[in-house]
Ligand binder design. Structure first.
Ligand code: UDP
Ligand code: GLC
Ligand code: MN
Length: 361
């Protein structure tokens, strides 16, 4: 009979090269830092390029090709503030990995700080509470049993019921709807899925329990790889208002620079190509903008007080926009914009700008 370590796996997902970068760091955190004895699987769609596939093959035991499942539920995703998450239905493919008896799904934006192999002693569906609504579980980390039957039934459920957040989390919480009440053994402790902003919402608890944190989750549109990193000081700079904890961002970057960056293929395009060409000698600072966000996401972020000060919302751009709208055709009631996305906020002598608040999502 095969060893238990061969019949159990950690599974993650990437539908493009950027999220695949997260998978590479996650995979290395599981192997190098957490020293797992279980298999590592990454599910990818055709949106991941061949050179990135080669990179993933260095870390993962199995690359599982899947097709993109898309909820196309713009309305609910708008409520969630993340129009990009319709493709997270693709996660459902993990139930098809029936070569494994049990598995743990981990989002590509999670980081494993300590060994978590004990998760395989839990039953389907085990997950930790969502920090935003603790009667729901967060679907960035969950224990499940692969089964074609469950997969079919989930797809049927998705087609008939949809998802209340437009992504997999809304769907899975409806499907496994007794999670909140039925069996406390299916509630994973929060330490298995700590949002990296947790120190912001409950600092005393964070201070008390931070050494027991096992998995960190960088939820929200701005991920560790979007942050500026200085190659001379080897330090990451947290972006204002994303709320990510600096120590966790630093661990992500330390793993990235030690195990992923040196092997990255410079022929990879965009952000990954830029990262591959980082040279430690130059002392250059990488990145640091939220230019990855769509106009709609940036608008939502702006409204929440999450402003891309270093990128599209930098002072020069705002000034240019203001200058343009002031030079524009005269209208009877003059309007200025405190939000560069909008052209209809009436001018006011008292500032209407909202005070930035800690992001929850
Ligand atoms: N994902 C992906 N491509 C996308 C969006 C999401 O592969 O364009 C996968 C990836 O594994 C990611 C997960 O779906 O970690 C959930 O999305 P995300 O982590 O961005 O959601 P959040 O945790 O911020 O709500
Ligand atoms: C959640 C989860 C993520 C999921 C998304 C969409 O907050 O963190 O894993 O894909 O929302 O449902
Ligand atoms: Mn996530």
């Amino acid at each position: 009979m095969a060893e238990r370590g061969d019949r159990e796996a950690f599974v993650t997902l990437a539908t493009n090269d950027t999220y695949a970068l997260g998978c590479l760091v996650l995979g290395n955190s599981l192997r190098q830092r957490a020293q797992t004895t279980r298999k590592l699987v990454v599910m990818i769609t055709p949106g991941v390029t061949q050179p990135m596939r080669n990179q993933l093959a260095r870390v993962f035991d199995m690359i599982y090709d899947v097709n993109l499942l898309d909820s196309r539920d713009a309305a609910n995703l708008q409520l969630l503030g993340r129009p990009d998450l319709s493709v997270t239905f693709t996660k459902l493919h993990c139930w098809r990995l029936t070569m494994f008896d049990k598995a743990v799904f981990l989002d590509a934006d999670t980081l494993v700080l300590q060994n978590v192999d004990e998760l395989f002693d839990r039953e389907e569906l085990s997950a930790a509470p969502d920090a935003g609504w603790p009667d729901c579980f967060n679907s960035g980390v969950f224990v499940f049993r692969p089964s074609e039957e469950t997969y079919d039934s989930l797809l049927k459920f998705a087609m008939s019921q949809g998802s209340f957040d437009g992504g997999d989390q809304g769907l899975l919480n409806m499907y496994f709807r007794d999670w909140a009440t039925k069996d406390i053994a299916r509630h994973l402790p929060f330490i298995y899925n700590v949002v990296s902003q947790a120190f912001y919402s409950y600092l005393p608890a964070f201070t008390q329990f931070k050494d027991s944190v096992k998995i960190v989750h960088f939820i929200g549109a701005t991920k560790p790889w979007h942050h500026p990193y200085n190659t001379a000081t080897k330090e990451v700079t947290p972006l204002p208002e994303t709320g990510h904890n600096k120590d966790y961002l630093q661990i992500w970057w330390d793993i990235f620079m030690s195990f992923v960056q040196p092997t990255l293929d410079p022929s990879l395009g965009g952000l990954i190509g830029e990262l591959a060409s980082l040279s430690l000698q130059t002392g250059a600072t990488f990145g640091g903008s939220q230019s990855h966000l769509s106009e709609q996401e940036r608008k939502l972020n702006w409204e929440r007080g999450q402003v891309d000060y270093l990128g599209a919302d930098k002072f020069e751009n705002i000034k240019e926009k203001l200058d343009k709208s002031m030079k524009g055709p005269a209208t009877s009631s003059k309007t200025y914009t405190s939000n560069p996305f909008s052209t209809s906020i009436p001018v006011s002598t008292t500032s209407t700008a909202k005070k930035p608040v800690a992001p929850k999502k």
